[in-house]
Design a protein around this ligand. Structure first.
Ligand code: NAP
Length: 280
């Protein structure tokens, strides 16, 4: 693959930083975003002329419009959009308020959707493009204590699946990346629902401790390995799967989830195909 023009969100740290670095190293041009461009200075300095820092707040429609406009102007177009930026919210269903839920979905669903809506006309006009949405294994399964985050990633995957069909006739490819656990700031950046209900303490604490310790956990993956895999998918010739788990643990989680889904499906079929009870 020759030089391509990328827009990657959430590059001040973690997976976005590693992916932008890998893309720049491979010779691509990359517009990188964070809420404060000061947090992108190191990345831009490491790849002068190849990495363009752009401010972006996903929850702000005007900021999304301005970011896409600036990226397209500076790079002369956009070939690849990577919706990577994100943050999680701890909290059981009963603890999460309407405002907290809206905020979480604004970051995980509405923002990426907006960016897709903004780049799609450019991609359709040029007859090619690739939208990569960074989900999680929880885009296809659930952990308790993370309900709003789980809901957001499921929604992102559903949107991606529809977009894949809509985009294909226009030469637009869609990939959903599902990372397992990687050592980033994700765990420490996570927010917590304000309301705490003691009945959910055990579930919440387990999730909270796991996430907060993510960066120091020796079993978590390295962002550089994630980046190499995603670069490989983008640069692949020919069709690639819609959903791409990244990391051995991601395959482990999803295999278990897949078996559980099949068992549930079979049980539901038996239940609904038994003769219906007579009307009361
Ligand atoms: N690490 C993991 O184990 C893991 C597992 C599964 C999925 N993921 C997903 O991977 C993606 C990257 O996360 P990460 O692990 O690299 O975490 P990270 O180190 O915390 O990076 C998150 C990035 O998102 C940006 N961001 C957060 N909220 C934003 C907003 N409202 N508007 C614009 N930018 C925003 C942050 O930029 P600022 O400088 O503006 O804060 C930062 O650059 C996320 O979508 C996350 O859900 C991570």
């Amino acid at each position: 693959m020759g030089r391509r023009r990328w827009l990657v969100t959430g590059c001040s740290s973690g997976l976005g930083y590693a992916l932008a670095t890998a893309a720049a190293r491979a010779g691509h041009e990359v517009a990188v975003t964070a809420r404060k461009t000061a947090d992108l200075e190191d990345l831009a300095a490491a790849w002068p002329g190849r990495v363009v820092p752009i401010p972006l707040e996903l929850r702000d429609a005007a900021s999304c419009e301005e970011a896409v406009r600036r990226a397209a102007d500076r790079l002369g177009g956009i070939d690849i959009l990577v919706n990577n930026a994100g943050v999680g919210l701890f909290g059981a269903v009963e603890e999460v308020s309407d405002a907290e839920l809206r905020d979480q979905l604004e970051t995980l669903v509405v923002g990426p959707w907006r960016l897709a809506r903004l780049v799609l006309p450019l991609m359709r006009a040029q007859g090619h493009g690739h939208i990569v949405n960074v989900s999680s294994v929880v885009g296809r399964m659930a952990f308790p204590g993370l309900a709003a985050y789980v809901a957001g990633k499921h929604a992102l995957e559903g949107m991606s699946q529809a977009l894949a069909v809509e985009g294909a006739p226009h030469g637009i490819r869609v990939t959903v990346v599902e990372p397992g656990m990687f050592a980033t700031r994700y765990g420490v950046s996570m927010m917590q629902a304000q309301r705490r209900i003691p009945a959910y303490d055990v579930t919440n604490r387990e999730m909270l401790d796991g996430a907060r310790g993510l960066a120091d956990n020796p079993e978590t993956g390295r962002p550089e390995d994630f980046a190499a895999r995603v670069l490989g998918v983008v640069e692949a010739e020919g069709p690639t799967p819609l959903r791409v788990p990244v990391g051995e643990d991601a395959y482990g989680y999803l295999e278990v989830a897949d078996e559980a889904w099949h068992e549930e499906f079979a049980a539901a079929r038996i239940l609904t195909q038994e003769p219906a009870p007579p009307p009361a």
